[in-house]
Design a protein around this ligand. Structure first.
Ligand SMILES: *Cc1c(COP(=O)(O)O)cnc(C)c1O
Ligand SMILES: [Zn+2]
Length: 425
């Protein structure tokens, strides 16, 4: 089976080992295109079900279990894996009631090795870098990509170079980048500017870029849905809901669903709902305008993982919406933090951006787009420990512009037995 890089606009093809991030003819985004016709009948539910519970590398990974759909021709010796994926799918009746549907599931990608879905893209992207013989990798990051890249680069013995923005890096993510030995470079610019800088610096110095502009990252991230569908016994839900920032995950989801349908793993396509923060909503605006004249925005939201005003994967995300009859929704920071408190209080927990899945689902139900009887799969993108300041600020009701609706306030007492007993009686 052969794969190649292919431009999503003009279909120009390039060999997999070319180090390019955009089409040389027209500037379009690149896909890793697989020739599934050659493997008809070989990519089956049984193949992947037999590998469940595997103890050995590489099939113990929830990404490489689906190797034939992710990177069929990679040499095992090049795979850099932490056994990522294998995350839980939670069926949550109480949250379903609050969303207003009968069946609501959350797949928790915060349960990956570094606490976000970025690990699924990092194992595929960084393994490709290893195959290319790269020794230095780099990314611009709102935090989770850098945490993941630093970890996987350390594991592979490579140098990981992190371009951090000037403000609003969640503390847990920053700590990880430093702890895993990344070369951390804080630049006085926002994420969107850093994204442009990292590409220019990487080209000058021959460093491999591991942002989601890199199509090999998205191949690994497809496995979020491969695994979710396997957990659902290959019965497609009506909706898949995902937070949208740089739109890499949304893009990967479109490709994953289409490919699963092409090879016959699922017999119908769910609809994709991409949810953005109101303060970082360029796709939402573009969608609402009927996709005429895209305008980037200056991003501002408490959900720092999606604080992105000029998403690099825009065209792929639009394609994913077209393929799946998808929709785009926006939610306020208030709605995000109240939804997070609901998810956290259910014992599951997530970082702010992840809560867009629940807040967006609820809004789509209110607007009559999602129906009560629909089955809904939401993605939690990151772990509750990533952004402790947001969580503590919320429950102390100290977040600017937000009135905490679901506070779990701290109780306080003196060193006084009677007072404590009275408080808890
Ligand atoms: C990266 C990230 C996102 C946004 O994903 P995109 O692929 O950039 O749209 C959302 N939530 C978390 C926790 C993330 O780390
Ligand atoms: Zn092209």
């Amino acid at each position: 089976m052969s794969s190649s890089l292919q431009c999503i606009d003009c279909a120009q093809q390039y060999p997999l080992n070319r180090v390019i991030y955009a089409c040389e003819r027209c500037g379009g985004l690149l896909d890793v295109a697989h020739d599934f016709a050659a493997s008809t009948g070989k990519i089956t539910r049984e193949l992947f079900d037999e590998r469940l519970g595997a103890l050995d590398f590489p099939y113990n990974s929830g990404v490489w279990r689906f190797k034939e759909l992710v990177y069929p021709d990679i040499e095992d010796a090049h795979i850099v894996s932490r056994g990522e994926g294998n995350t839980n799918l939670y069926e949550l009746p109480r949250l379903a009631a609050s969303v207003g549907v009968d069946s609501f599931m959350l797949k928790h990608e915060g349960e990956n090795p570094t606490g976000s879905f970025k690990d699924r893209g990092m194992t595929s992207g960084l393994s490709h870098a290893k195959g290319l013989g790269m020794t230095r990798v780099a990314c611009a990051s709102t935090g989770n990509t850098s945490a993941s890249m630093a970890s996987y680069a350390a594991l592979a013995g490579m140098q990981g170079i992190i371009f951090l923005q000037n403000t609003a890096i969640a503390l847990g993510k920053l700590a990880q980048g430093i702890a895993y030995g990344g070369t951390c470079l804080q630049i006085n610019a926002d994420f969107d500017r850093n994204m442009a800088l990292v590409r220019q610096v990487a080209e000058r110095l021959g460093i491999y870029v591991l942002n989601s502009i890199n199509p090999f990252r998205l191949e690994g991230q497809k496995s979020i849905l491969f695994e979710a569908l396997q957990q659902m016994r290959w019965q497609a839900p009506d909706w898949v809901i995902v937070p949208g920032g740089n739109l890499g995950n949304s893009s990967a989801f479109g490709k994953a669903l289409l490919e699963m349908h092409t090879v016959g793993l699922i017999d119908r396509l769910p609809r994709l709902a991409i949810v953005q923060a109101e303060g970082a909503n360029p796709l939402y605006r573009h969608y609402a305008s009927g996709f005429r004249g895209f305008q980037p925005v200056k991003a501002d939201t408490i959900a720092t993982a999606i604080k992105i005003g000029d998403p690099v994967n825009l065209q792929k995300a639009i394609r994913a919406l077209e393929w799946t009859g998808g929709v785009v929704e926006q939610v306020s920071d208030q709605q995000i933090m109240d939804a997070k408190a609901l998810i956290d209080g259910a014992g599951i927990g997530c970082e702010p951006a992840s809560a867009c899945s629940l807040a967006g689902a609820r809004k789509l139900v209110e607007r009559g787009i999602i129906k009560r009887g629909d089955t809904v799969l939401g993605i939690l993108t990151g772990h509750v420990l990533k952004d402790p300041a947001a969580t503590i600020g919320y429950h102390a009701d100290e977040l600017p512009g937000i009135t905490a609706q679901r506070r779990n306030p701290m109780l306080r007492a003196e060193d006084d037995l009677e007072q404590i007993v009275a408080l808890l009686a």
